[in-house]
Design a protein around this ligand. Structure first.
Ligand code: URA
Length: 212
């Protein structure tokens, strides 16, 4: 597994604002979107492209364009939805599939309540959006579902990650013939007894959308 912790002053600045408890939902949504676009730039460093011959106003030359099949972007509901605009801004031709997962706050086990994904993902590059890599339970379950459908190249974009979650992912996909990459703005210190990332930013879904 490949882990990219993006060390960039703009990323750190936006993340710091996102973490502050006084940041309003409206500002949080805006910052999350901007942050994802910055992370998406790094997360697409191995995007499949194909050569294409073009004509500029001056001469013919070779360029590249995104290869087929088009990548699939999968926000994990509900909080991943707050990352979608920032991602498709960078890749407007990507397709979007939705995965609804919820973790039981006591057992921390993730269950799937919505699956709007293609049945066949052979040769598709898949980008999963999940703001908080905490225990890793949700992300491991989501990536396993994508691998069962034929995906072999999955990149998870997370605003924040905890060491416990990264370890869970590493152990789950070690030795398997799959490319799994995690891209995050920061690797935080630890999880608390309720499974929250410390120092973290709180409940990402609540901060994006308010408490339901
Ligand atoms: N999910 C969140 O929204 N926040 C955390 O800190 C951990 C999981």
């Amino acid at each position: 597994m490949r882990t990219l912790v993006i060390d960039h002053p703009l990323v750190a600045h936006k993340l710091t604002r996102l973490r502050r408890h006084e940041t309003s939902s409206a500002t949080f949504r805006l910052l999350a979107e901007e942050l994802v676009t910055l992370l998406a730039y790094e997360a697409t460093d191995n995007l499949q492209v194909r050569p294409v011959q073009i004509t500029t106003p001056v001469a013919e030359c070779m360029g590249v364009e995104m290869a087929e099949p088009t990548p699939l972007v999968v926000p994990i509901l509900r909080a991943g939805l707050g990352m979608l605009n920032g991602m498709v801004k960078l890749m407007p031709t990507a397709e979007v599939g939705f995965l609804g997962m919820v973790r039981d706050e006591t057992s921390l086990v993730a269950t799937t309540y919505a699956d709007r994904l293609p049945l066949q993902l052979n040769n598709r590059q898949v980008f999963v959006l999940d703001p908080m890599l905490a225990t890793g339970g949700t992300l491991v379950a989501a990536i396993n579902l994508l691998l069962e459908r034929g995906a072999r190249d999955v990149t998870a974009i997370c605003l924040l990650a905890a060491p416990e979650g990264l370890r869970h992912l590493e152990e789950s996909f070690a030795g398997r013939d799959v490319e799994v990459t995690v891209v995050t703005a920061a690797l935080d210190d630890h999880l608390n007894e309720k499974g929250y990332i410390v120092p973290g930013l709180g409940d990402a879904g609540d901060r994006l959308y308010g408490v339901v």
